[in-house]
Design a protein around this ligand. Structure first.
Ligand code: FE2
Ligand code: FE2
Length: 264
């Protein structure tokens, strides 16, 4: 099974630029075309939060128009820029999304079991998993011995970039790690939020962050460095699941670059 992960699209209303200058819509359209052109085609896409920038219904309508061009089924989770009710109302035919409460769900009918977590705290940049959300996860993990892919917007680990580490999964990360470590069936934890490709060993498994389809977080590891962004190349993560090898992850840049050509 091949899984495309696209993240942090920050879609605005049609024609509106992010921060007055970043065409997040154009970036997402190019990312969708990139995913659709992959051969072999991904079986599914995971869209790991900050779907839109302001949580507004018209932004979700614009997002839906663009994502509907994807050739494969896709699964959404919210990030800190999202709002639960407009998201679930606009994507009402996405029946895996609960009709009320947190946007957490399980997808059972695939070779790899998927569990989505909702780390949104309305009005805040950081994320949290309260007791209710973590109890739900613990119960879901106990239901099956199948290898499981966990995905959530806010990383539960430090990435070494001060400003992001101050606003990651600020609540619930320790218990989440205990649950994941104790169960031992989580193949990977996929995250967004930092707008950079990052990998770390975490809670006895691996965790990773996908880049944004648009603007990237600046790679600045100086203590106390202020939050900033760069226009490094946009990308997606591509996860190949094979039972014999586990999950193999590639970073795939969106854009046109020279090649392919022979190594000669
Ligand atoms: Fe983001
Ligand atoms: Fe975020």
């Amino acid at each position: 099974m091949l899984i495309a992960q696209i993240s942090d699209m920050h879609i605005k209303k049609p024609g509106e630029l992010l921060y007055g200058r970043i065409d997040t819509q154009g970036y997402l359209e190019r990312a969708v075309a990139h995913v659709n052109a992959l051969d072999p085609s991904p079986d599914i896409a995971l869209v790991t939060g900050d779907l839109v920038d302001g949580g507004k219904p018209e932004e979700y309508e614009n997002l839906k128009r663009m994502l509907s061009a994807l050739r494969m089924p896709f699964y959404l989770i919210p990030g800190n820029h999202d709002a639960r009710d407009p998201l679930r109302e606009v994507f009402s035919e996405h029946t895996y999304l609960p009709r009320s409460g947190f946007l957490q769900y399980v997808v059972e009918d695939l070779p790899l079991r998927l569990i989505a977590l909702d780390t949104l705290v309305p009005g805040k940049g950081f994320g949290a998993l309260c007791q209710e959300r973590l109890d739900w996860l613990e119960a879901r993990l106990k239901e099956s011995d199948q290898p499981t892919l966990l995905y959530m917007h806010h990383p539960p680990f430090d990435c070494g970039i001060y400003a992001f580490d101050a606003a990651r999964l600020n609540e619930g990360a320790e218990r989440l790690a205990d649950i994941v470590r104790a169960r031992g069936t989580v193949e990977r934890v996929l995250c967004g939020h930092v707008h950079r490709p990052i990998q770390v060993r975490w809670a006895g498994t691996m965790a990773s962050i996908a880049p944004s389809t648009a603007h990237q977080g600046t790679l600045d590891m100086r203590p106390g460095a202020k939050l900033s962004m760069t226009m490094d190349p946009p990308g997606i993560a591509l996860h190949l699941w094979r039972p014999a090898t586990g999950l193999i992850t590639h970073l795939s840049y969106v854009g046109s670059y020279e090649g392919p050509r022979p190594f000669s």
